[in-house]
Design a protein around this ligand. Sequence first.
Ligand SMILES: Cc1cc2nc3c(=O)[nH]c(=O)nc-3n(C[C@H](O)[C@H](O)[C@H](O)COP(=O)(O)O)c2cc1C
Length: 753
Amino acid sequence: MLANSVGKRDLSVFPELLNPEDSEDWKRICDLRSNSTVFISDEIFSQVSDLIKANHPESQLTKDQLGLRVEEFFAEIESDKYGNWFYYPWKNVLVHLLPEEDFIKVRTIRNNYKITPLEQELLAKKKVGIVGLSVGQSVALAMALERSCGEMRLADFDTLELSNLNRIKAGVTSLGVEKLVIAAREISEIDPYLKLTLFREGVHEWNVEDFLTRDGVLDLLVDECDSFDIKILLREKAKNHRIPVMMDTSDRGMLDIERYDIEPDRKIFHGFLGEVDPESLKSLSNTQKVAFGLKITGLETLSPRMKASLLEVGQSITSWPQLASGVFLGGASVSHVARKLLIGEKVKSGRYYVDLDELIPVETETFEIPAQITTQSDYHLPTNILPSGYLPDRNELLELVEHANYAPSGGNVQPWIWIYDKRGVLHLIHDRVRSHSLLDYKGTGSLIAFGAALENLRLICAQKGIETEEILHANSFEDDLIASIRFVSKSKEPRQKEKDFELVNGIKIRCTNRKNPSRKLLDIHQMESIKAFCQNPDFILEEIQEMDQLENLAKVIGGMDRMRLFHQQGLKDFIHEIRWNDQEAFETKDGIDVATLELNGTEKAAMGLLKDPRTVSFFRKFFMGYGLTKISKATITSSSAMFLLSGKDFSPKSYLQAGKILQKIWLWTNLNGISFQPVTASLFIFHRVLKENDHGFTEAEKKEIVELKESFNLIFNKGGKMEELFMFRVNFAGEPTVRSFRRDVAQTLKFLD
Ligand SMILES: Cc1cc2nc3c(=O)[nH]c(=O)nc-3n(C[C@H](O)[C@H](O)[C@H](O)COP(=O)(O)O)c2cc1C
C-alpha cells in the first residue's frame, strides 16, 4: 500500500510536495529551479487573480483593477514563498500552486451550485474505493475532477497494454505502466491535494479488509474489476461493513447500485447470481467468464452487438468488447449517482440503463421471422385398400402408435398424424404444420422420421404377433399421405421370424445422445454389424474414422451450422425448436429440450444469446458468427466414427427406406452400448441450395455453401454421384442426461367414425 501522505511518497506515482516555508523544501525548490533540464510552471499570479475573483464574485473587476489587486496581494507576501510547489518527476515539471484550501476553492468554483459549497464540504470528507482501473479509471477521473470525495483508494495490479488504448485514457508512452500508476498520476496532475491510497497488488482476500477499512471505512465502493471471485468477496465484505456498492457494465449504460449501507441483508448482485462457490471462479478462461458474467448481467437485456460479440469470444476475438464511449458514459453515470448517494440523497438499489441507443434511436433493418404455417390441407385417404383382417381395439392401437411415435424426428417435431379408418386400416399422414422448416426440405427430414416410425410399428406388431401389410403412397414430395398399414391377422405368438425382430427391445431405449466423451474406436464386429444393415444395392453407407478426416468434416459441418442460422427460416426454426427449460420441455412434449444438448454453462449461455434474432442478423451482415461452429467441432472430433448414408434416388421412397435402415442401425447400436447422434443440417441445406433457385441465402452465402459442399465431397460420397440422405456419428457416451419427450399418443391418433 502506498499513500501520498508525508513520509510515504512514491515519486514514480505521486508528485513531490514542497513547502517553501520549510527550509529543506525551499532548498530543493531552488535546486530544481536552477536546473536547466527541469521545466518550470509558475502561474501563481493568474491563480491568485482567479482566487480574488472567486472571493469577490459580486465585483465586476476590470483587467487593470484585478492586476492591481494581485499586486496588493503580493505586497506583503513573497510570491515564490506563497502556496506550494509540486515536482512531477514523470514529467520533470515543477509547478507552483495555491495553498490547498484556496486551490480547491478555485478549482471547483464552477461546480457551484450544481454542487453547493456545503455539499462540497461534505463530499470532501468522503472516502471512495475503486477496484479495477479500466472502467474504474474514468470513474476515478470524473470523481477527481468534480472532487466528489476527499480520499480515493484505488486497486489494480494490471499493466497497460496496447489493446487497452481504445478506452483507457493514456498514451503509448505509458505502455507497460501499471494502470493504477497511470490513474494516480493523472489524478495528481488534476489535484495533488486529493488524498490517494493505492493498492498496487489489487484486492485479494488478504488485503480486502485493509482496502475497505484502513484509515476509515469507505463510504462507497465502486467495483469495476473483472474477477468474479473478487467481485463476490468485495460484496460480502461490503455487506459486513455496510458499504454501498456501484458497478457500471459499459453495455447499454448498465449501472448497478447495491445499498448495503441501508440494506445489509440484500442479496449480492440483486440475487441474480444464485448460489455459487467463489473458489470455483478463481481461474476462469475468458469464455467461461462470459458465461458467468451473463448470470450477473442477464442475457436478454444485453445490446445485440454485445450478444453477437460474446459468441465470438475465443473464436475471432479474445475477450468481450468495450468502447471508450461506453466506458466514459459509465464513468459519468457512476460519478453522478455516487455524488448523490454520498451527499445523502435517497438513491435506490437496483439495475438501471442509460441506453443511448434507446434514447437516441436510429433506423435499423428489421429482422423478420416468417410466420408459422397454420393451415393443414384435408387428408385424402385411399379407398382401394382391402379392410384389415384383424382389428386392433382402441387400447391396442394406442399402444402400437405409441411405439411408432418413439421414433426420432428432426427437431423432435413429431410430424405425424395417424388415422384409423372404419375398415381397420391405419394411415400415416404428414403434419406439415409441425414440420415446416428450412431443414425439412421437400419434407425429406420428415420422410426419414416416417421411415423410422414405420419400422417401429413393424417391430412392435411382430412382437404382438400381428402380421401387417405396409402400403407406401408417397410418390411425390408433395403427398401428405405417406403410408397405410393393414392389420392382416394376429397370432398368439410373437412373429420371431420377422426380419431383425430382436430390435423391438431397443424402441424405448433408443435415443439421441449428444455427449462428447473421450474417443474410442468401434471394433471390427461393431463396424460390420452396423454396415450389415445397409445391404440394399440402392444405398451406400460410408464411414470415416481418421482424425484428420474428422477435423476436415468438422470444418464443413461447423460452417454449415453457421449458414443455417444465417437463414431467416433456419434461425426461426432454431429459436422455436429449442425448449429452453424443463418446464417448457415438459409442457410442449416436443422440440429439443436444451438439457438434451449436453452443453456446458458457457455453451448454454452462448446458445441463449442466439435467441435474439438481432444477434444473428448482425453476424449475417458482417459475415461473422464463427462461434457458431464450435459445438459441431466437438461433436465430430469426439465421435468414434461418422457415417453417411447415400441413396441412388432423391425421392420420397428413398428417404422412407433410409429412415428404416437408420432406425435399425440406431436400435442396434443403442442396444449394444453404442451411442448415436444424427448430424444432418448440412445435408438438407446442400440439397436445397443446389436444387432450388429460391433458397433464401445471399449470393455470398450460396458461394460459401457450394465451397463447403465441394470440401464435403472430398471426404464423403467422393465425386458427389449419390444423393446424400443422412449423416450420423456414433460413440460411447453412456446414458444421456435426460431423454426427450413425446406428445401424448391420443393427440396423434384420430379414429374415423
Ligand atoms: C431426420 C432427422 C434429422 C436429425 N438431425 C439431427 C441433427 O442434425 N442433430 C442432432 O443432434 N439431432 C438430430 N436429430 C435427432 C432428433 O433431434 C431427435 O431424434 C429428437 O430430438 C428426438 O430425440 P430422441 O432421438 O432422443 O428420441 C435428427 C433426427 C431426424 C429423424
